[in-house]
Design a protein. Sequence first.
Length: 232
Amino acid sequence: MKFTESVEKQGSTLHHLDEYFKASIHLGHRHSRWNPKMSSFIVGSRNGLDVIDLNQTVTCVKKALKVFRTLLNKKGSTILLVGNCRENALFTSALGRKYGIPFVNAKWVGGTLTNWKVFSRRLKTISNNPKGKNKKMATYLSNIKKTQRKAPDLVVFFNVKGNEIAVNEAAISGVPVIGIVDSDTDPESITYPIPGNDDSVRGHYLYTQIFELELEEALKNRRKKTKQYKRY
């Protein structure tokens, strides 16, 4: 399965319920693990697993993408992608690298958002000395981008579970958050929650395709504007 395979061709079908169903987005965790705050997104159970309402998932995706799209087209805005579980780390890095979007696909380092000024200085240090001793930190910071001068205007979490510290930092910093919330997750901490399975590789592939489609459209619009400027 190629990450960028025919995303434009699939664009018209990415919001169809069939696509979400095929990717097992509707399958939550065992009911014994559920978070009661997710009750409004759950329509029942199957074989002991919570079943997520895909109609609400599609609605939430569209709402989140509207915010994502607005910031993509706003000059000077920055978006941070976070996907650091086994099922989505590669997808996250591929998306970030292809479109030049800052990303985190490794364990979140505490203070990334709440102590942004310090991180900004460390970015400059690594830029001047890329062969430093702490290679893991160097990679972490370089993926966030050496050129980024301010904290992000939006953070997209492809897995909220396991990133509670990061989500809390975003709240403290006043940074809005888009996040995938499974049946065992607290959706109240997420500005724009997207209810759905968070441990299916096919599910994460679909999530990243959905956001890639928006990135591709934004890139096209920029190219059109560039051509228009060149004419004059």
